[in-house]
Write a protein that binds this ligand. Structure first.
Ligand code: F6R
Length: 357
């Protein structure tokens, strides 16, 4: 039940700190270490390449998961949109392992790939919020998200849960390969949960951003680089699906190869800056669009912030930045939709689980 909340989406956004803590509890052993079942870890260790397959928001979480597995555990990962993969399969490595990410576990496009790769004799792991869902039953292994029921059509807490579980998966693979990831994931996820709580308490800031930047626009751009690029793809999807503002996420450096032609006076560009290695680069991309009249809104992370940034996120481990950066995006989308009298929980043309291909 949504209780005192006006919308399920807002309730589900607010639940995110608890979801991260629930995941920590659920995946910790008696010694307090984050673990996954031995047979899943074996399957991951035996693979020479992971193929993550998903749709929509779950695909965006998969992109972040690729970073985790590659950066922490040194195993190559490909991430594919399910509806493309099924009809245009890439060449597979010798020992592939498939990872399906699906909140519902019922998405037809993703399931079609699962059925196909099982037919080909490959092993599959489903990461889902719904124990007993079709894709959980049909895969060899399941990891649960423990996010609780997600009712609003726009996925929020499932995304943060997917990212948290993918970080645990990557850290486990790294550990069994004898790789030191160089930080304490339990501790860092705890810090991220606290940071999300702080952001959920800053709703009026995000309502103001929605008002200042999005009340009179038909289009909006989101830019980021490195892992921030994946986070902005999700920011753009949230905004378009519930507010019907045309929103696109771009890699900051790619703008000048075409998209910058669309920048004109007053167009909102929301830029994310949470990654030290590319902070200066994204800053120059912001200058490029500002010089062409864009109404720029920089959301940065504490420690990388500069004068004029519209909002500064609490500091978290760089790899976990998408967990916190998505909260402003979800809330900005929520308020933009509200200001436009859109049906936040049930946007037009969309269904919670897409069971047709
Ligand atoms: C976006 C959204 C969709 C789903 C997509 C996959 O807010 O809800 O993009 O993420 O349809 O759904 P699942 O994860 O259930 O397979």
């Amino acid at each position: 039940e949504k209780g005192t909340y006006p919308h399920y989406m807002l309730k589900e956004v607010d639940e995110q700190p608890f979801v991260i803590r629930k995941i920590l509890q659920s995946y910790q052993n008696e010694k307090g270490e984050l673990t996954i079942e031995a047979d899943i870890l074996n399957a991951l260790n035996e693979a020479d390449r992971l193929y993550i397959v998903a749709c929509g928001t779950s695909y965006h979480a998969g992109l972040v998961g690729k970073q985790y597995v590659e950066k922490m555990a040194n195993i190559p990962v490909e991430v594919h949109v399910a509806s493309e993969f099924v009809y245009n399969m890439p060449l597979l490595s010798k020992k592939p392992l498939f990872i399906f990410i699906s909140q519902s576990g019922e998405t037809a496009d993703s399931r079609a790939v699962l059925v196909k790769v099982k037919e080909l004799g490959h092993k599959a792991l489903t990461i889902t919020n719904v124990a007993g869902s079709t894709m959980s039953r049909e895969a060899d292994y399941t990891l649960l998200l423990h996010a609780g029921p997600e009712i609003a059509v726009a996925s929020t807490k499932a995304y943060t849960a997917q990212i948290a579980v993918l970080s645990i998966l990557a850290a486990n693979v790294a550990k069994s390969a004898g790789i030191d990831i160089g930080f304490d994931l339990v501790h860092e996820l705890g810090i991220a949960a606290n940071a999300i709580e702080v952001l959920c308490d800053s709703k009026e800031e995000f309502e103001k951003i929605a008002r200042d930047y999005l009340s009179a626009t038909r289009n909006c751009f989101f830019i980021g680089r490195s892992i921030d690029y994946y986070a902005v793809l999700e920011g753009a999807l949230k905004l378009k699906e519930i507010s019907y503002i045309q929103a696109e996420g771009f890699a900051g450096g790619e703008l000048k190869h075409g998209t910058i032609a669309l920048i004109e006076d007053g167009i909102p560009v929301i830029a994310l800056a949470t990654q030290k290695a590319v902070n200066l680069n994204i800053r120059s991309n912001v200058k490029e669009v500002a010089a062409r009249g864009a109404n720029t809104c920089v959301i940065s992370m504490k420690g990388l912030d500069q004068e004029g940034d519209r909002f500064v996120l609490p500091a978290v481990h760089e790899l976990l930045a998408p967990l916190v950066a998505v909260i402003p995006f979800q809330l900005i989308a929520y308020y933009a939709a509200l200001h436009r009298n859109c049906d936040v929980d049930k946007p037009r043309n969309l269904a919670k689980s897409v069971t047709v291909e």
